[in-house]
Design a protein around this ligand. Structure first.
Ligand SMILES: [Zn+2]
Ligand SMILES: [Zn+2]
Length: 378
């Protein structure tokens, strides 16, 4: 047990496996839906991604090769199903779920989008390209149909489509429009389902606003092109937590379309209110014990954290929180903290403890608020 002080939330010496509890009614699956291998512009072989994911305790991954770019055309034949097939064979033996995906990556609206749960990545057209072998050259004039083509094809395949890293317009600094008329058209056609709020561990506040405004599923992916480990050696890899009815590809697909996700990066969680509260309540339990301390009625509250996520809380009750100014209490990962509520002179049967969780965001400007009802009978 730890009373006060900061403990490193995630020590690199510990296992890289991360404890995240299930929430009532659902299994919590750790997923990374955006990565690359040598089959587009990544620098690792597909089985490397499988081994990384198994090491990191993930449940599911997707290798989302650019359908319009080949990084190594002299040695790797163009085949956008191949990385899935190679990974799938290795992953099946290890219990890792691999989802067939691809990244549609024009440098004009609607920019980069991932399509997941594909049946054939090779028949997605990329007619807007002039040359995608070791360089990225689009046609001089591109038609709307050429850009819409791949989206209609992935829709035909029943894919889940997400807008990747919005605003990452390094190809055209002049274009500041993030959610373009093309995105609206994809929305209206029922093609666009999600948005990447965290890419490579970077939280994108504009993407978070888009997710809320357009009611899109929120995703957190690594978009890794190299070895994952050095970048996240002192932390954990960013991941999308999916609250699924079952641990299967179908279960993940259902949950993504139903928007049941939470984003876990650094020590932060970003989720909608129900998922944020469900995850926090599944992670932290509160128990209480009434005591007389030198004639003073107090309530000893133990907050126990079963997860690998440290929580930064602000506690408030009708009684004083002893020792923690402003009620600021850190509940360390896989540890517990004791808090004393002072002077229960009216001897209540129950005490409501209001909790704001400052590292769990339910919107760009709002931390999760919840409460514990504590038994305080004598
Ligand atoms: Zn991209
Ligand atoms: Zn990418």
């Amino acid at each position: 047990m730890l009373l006060i002080g900061s403990v490193s939330s995630f020590s690199a010496a510990q296992t890289r496996e991360i404890a995240i509890p299930d929430v009532p009614g659902f299994v919590t699956l750790k997923c990374d839906f955006h990565m690359h291998t040598v089959f587009s512009d990544g620098h690792v072989w597909p089985t490397f991604r499988v081994n990384e994911a198994v090491r990191d305790g993930l449940d599911a991954i997707s290798l989302t090769e650019h359908i319009d770019y080949e990084g190594f055309p002299e040695v790797v034949d163009r085949d956008y199903n191949k990385s899935y097939e190679i990974a799938r064979e290795a992953a099946d033996k290890k219990g890792l779920i691999v989802i067939r995906g691809a990244e549609i990556s024009p440098r004009v609206p609607p920019y980069h989008n991932n399509a997941l749960f594909l049946t054939d990545a090779n028949i997605i057209p990329s007619e807007y390209m002039k040359d995608g072998k070791k360089k990225f050259v689009m046609k001089d004039s591109i038609t709307h149909d050429e850009l819409m083509g791949p989206f209609l094809e992935v829709q035909r395949q029943g894919a889940f489509v997400s807008y990747n890293h919005p605003g990452y317009a390094w190809w055209d600094k002049k274009d500041t429009a993030i959610f373009t008329s093309f995105h609206h058209e994809l929305l209206e056609k029922g093609i666009l389902n999600g948005v990447e709020v965290v890419n490579s561990g970077r939280y994108n506040i504009l993407a978070h606003k888009l997710a809320i405004k357009y009611d899109l599923t929120m995703l957190c992916n690594t978009d890794e092109h190299y070895d994952m480990y050095p970048r996240y050696a002192d932390s954990h890899r960013p991941m999308t937590l999916v609250f699924a009815k079952e641990r299967s590809e179908e279960g993940i697909k259902e949950a993504l379309f139903a928007k049941r996700t939470a984003l876990y990066f650094g020590d932060y969680i970003v989720a909608r209110q129900p998922e944020a509260e469900g995850l926090f309540k599944a992670s932290v339990t509160a128990t209480s014990k009434f005591e007389m301390r030198n004639g003073e009625p107090i309530l000893k509250v133990t907050l126990e954290n079963h997860s690998s996520i440290p929580f930064e809380t602000m506690l408030k009750a009708d009684y004083d929180v002893e020792l923690f100014p402003l009620g600021q209490v850190k509940i360390p990962a896989k540890d517990s903290v004791e808090v004393i509520l002072k002077s229960l002179w009216d001897y209540p049967a129950q005490v409501k403890l209001d909790v704001a969780v400052m590292n769990v965001l339910i919107s760009p400007g709002e931390a999760l608020k919840t409460d514990f009802i504590l038994d305080s009978k004598k």
